[in-house]
Write a protein of this length. Structure first.
Ligand SMILES: [Zn+2]
Length: 417
């Protein structure tokens, strides 16, 4: 947030009143965003803060232009409570997805409305090429707005994982080159002059589906995410689960075929070597069809191209048992599947996986399908990224040293609602 202390002057977690204040501001803002217009009493109930604390924070947020005071709501006798709502013009966050071959940028106002979006193809994905491009894209997105751009409250940046794993090839088509040991958060923050929240793409996509998409009603779900590779976002009790190093959910590198196809990580037989956009484009390239973009892929699928059809069969065959495994491990309300695949192709893949193997999710009385398609499409991860600066108080984990600068313990963060 705008009043967040600089990293260097932070002390240990939980002992800094300034940090608690900043955290509480976010909680209050999030409550108003979700339930607004609301009065102080109701905010205090949802935020688990005293009404006095809420009053102070609300006054600050109004003064900062992030909340607006509304009508007094008539409710019984006495002076009706003043209602507060978020001021959509009060601030924006940017969501940036750094993918292997493109950067997607979104501007989202604090009311949750997407105000501008851009996608840029990038020939190189190293930090030297990507950093200036992010700045240019955010500026260009701000210039698309009709009114003067509201203040930038933070930038959520997502990129494919895994982060800093020794022995895994870090330079490969599904990962980005040159980011190992690069302090992305500090460099981006310095360049953009705004707080940065860094996340892996699949986890951000799960946040995106939870807030805007197919998982609105779910507190416990898994998201199979098709980027260039294959990722998994895990939402437990309304909170993204990240693991000790932010690398939870690297389902793409689960071994599914001993001695199988070579994966970008250097191992043979990973799930991603079969069930990913990378695997599909490799098959197409082998058949002489190169440089396939989204629209081209959609067309090939529509034409029932044999390479695409064969890939669907193979990918479904490897993916279906993993869905059952996720259900057995996490007992989710549903598994969502989404990301950069054209919707028709994703539907076809989902259909081909049926019937799913038996798992703990096989219940006669369930109302939801076990496997459902994501709703937010190619922008899911960027949407989730844009929500991070407001909803999340975590900082990056590309470098474990950053853990000491976490603004709040992750347990206090919740997307529950
Ligand atoms: Zn692998």
């Amino acid at each position: 947030m705008s009043k967040r202390p600089k990293a260097g002057i932070q002390s240990t977690i939980g002992s800094n009143p300034e940090r608690n204040r900043s955290h509480n501001r976010r909680v209050v803002l999030d409550v108003v965003r979700q339930f607004g217009p609301v009065g102080r009493m109701e905010i205090s109930r949802h935020a688990h803060l005293s009404t006095q604390a809420v009053s102070n924070i609300v006054e600050e947020l109004v003064a900062d232009g992030l909340l607006i005071r509304g009508e007094r709501l008539r409710a019984g006798r006495g002076l009706p409570p003043i209602q507060f709502a978020v001021n959509p013009e009060g601030g924006m966050t940017a969501g940036v997805e750094i993918a292997a071959d493109h950067i997607s940028t979104l501007l989202v106002d604090i009311g949750g409305r997407v105000r501008a979006q851009r996608t840029l193809s990038i020939p190189r994905n190293d930090p030297e090429a990507v950093l200036p491009a992010i700045k240019t894209e955010i500026t260009a997105a701000q210039a698309q707005l009709k009114s003067p751009a509201p203040q930038l409250l933070g930038v959520g940046v997502v990129m494919p994982g895994p982060f800093n794993v020794e022995g895994m090839t870090s330079v490969g088509p599904t990962t980005l080159s040159g980011w190992l040991d690069f302090d992305a958060s500090a460099e981006l923050g310095h360049m953009l002059g705004a707080p940065i929240a860094l996340e892996n793409d699949a986890t951000a996509a799960a946040v995106g589906e939870r807030l805007y998409g197919a998982a609105k009603a779910f507190k416990n779900f898994c998201l199979i995410y098709f980027g260039r590779g294959l990722g998994l976002g895990i939402m437990i009790d309304g909170r993204p689960y990240r693991g000790a190093n932010g690398n939870a959910g690297e389902i793409g590198h689960v071994l599914v075929e001993k001695g199988g196809r070579l994966c970008s990580c250097g191992q043979h037989g990973c799930l991603e070597a079969y069930a990913s956009l990378q695997a599909l484009t490799e098959r197409l390239a082998a058949a002489g069809i190169r440089r396939v973009d989204y629209a081209h892929l959609e067309r090939l699928h529509h034409e029932k191209h044999p390479v695409v059809e064969t890939w669907i069969q193979e990918a479904a065959g490897y993916l279906a048992p993993q869905i059952a495994m996720l259900e057995n491990l996490f007992d989710p309300e549903a598994v969502v599947i989404g990301g950069a695949l054209p919707p028709s192709l994703l539907d076809d893949l989902t259909r081909t996986m049926q019937p799913l193997p038996l798992s703990v999710a096989s219940r006669r009385n369930r109302s939801e399908a076990r496997l459902i398609g994501g709703k937010t499409g190619r922008l899911t991860a960027a949407l989730g990224a844009a929500a991070l600066p407001l909803l999340e108080t975590m900082t990056p984990r590309l470098d474990t040293a950053h853990a000491a600068h976490r603004e709040q313990p992750a347990e206090e963060v919740s997307l529950a609602g």
